[in-house]
Design a protein around this ligand. Sequence first.
Ligand code: CO
Length: 300
Amino acid sequence: MQYRFGDRFRILPALVLVLLLALPSFAFAGHGDAAPVKKGILLVAFGSSMPQAQASFDAIDKAVKKAFPDVPVRWAYSSAIIRHKLAKEGKLIDSPVSAMSKMMDEGFTHVAVQSLHTIPGEEYCGILETVEKFEGMPKGMTKVVVGKPLLYSNDDMQKTVAAVLSSIPKERTKKDAVVLMGHGTPHPANIYYPASQYYFSKADPNIIVGTVEGTPTLDDVKAMLKKRKVKKVYLMPYMSVAGDHARNDMAGDEPDSWKSELTKAGFKCVPVLKGTAEYPAVLDIWMDHLKVAYKHLGNN
Ligand code: CO
């Protein structure tokens, strides 16, 4: 084949194209430094000081590492009270800000931060504000994307209802009620609990949602149970972990626990001490949110 002078000019655009394709493996940090792309995942839970809560965290950790075998996975707890409590026992857990700082120092350029919270409340909003500041910091991270909590969209509500329904103990009959104990908050996102009630009621009229610190209250739950004339009540946490609230406020023997109060009101209570993240069907929803966040990191 004849090689002519003009071919060089035809090769040039191809060469430029090859160079452009090679670019995405470099992320531009501040001051024009090109840092190699390094992706990571940060999982942020509220945290729990109870060792039994670890079952949920272990299930999440395992699922994430299985779905992202080549991506480093870090953890942080968003509750300062829990972190300080654990620190006194010698267990040091990062806050979202310290975990992000460490990852930045280690050269992570793209980080997917997954909220392991149930609703987009104060904890989730705090994470969002905190970690997004790391994006675009000089010599810092190029891209930070936060994955949604369990309940965010209409689609999440429907999926969560189906997943929770499939996780109820098999021995429960339709005559028995299931009381889901959510956390509750003064934050506007508390509306996700009454909203959950709407979706659960459509699927199964004997599922009742209550909260420890918000609306609906235990009194609301009691009134609904009375209206439904049920005898037996399964008590389940509507929280990722079966920690302090589940073991004490819900199922504890203290006279003001939900179990004691509902027993006093004439219901036969069966507490189920498992956090929602221990049910693979529910965990899958958080995993889907993480997959979306990770995809949005892109490559440059
Ligand atoms: Co609490």
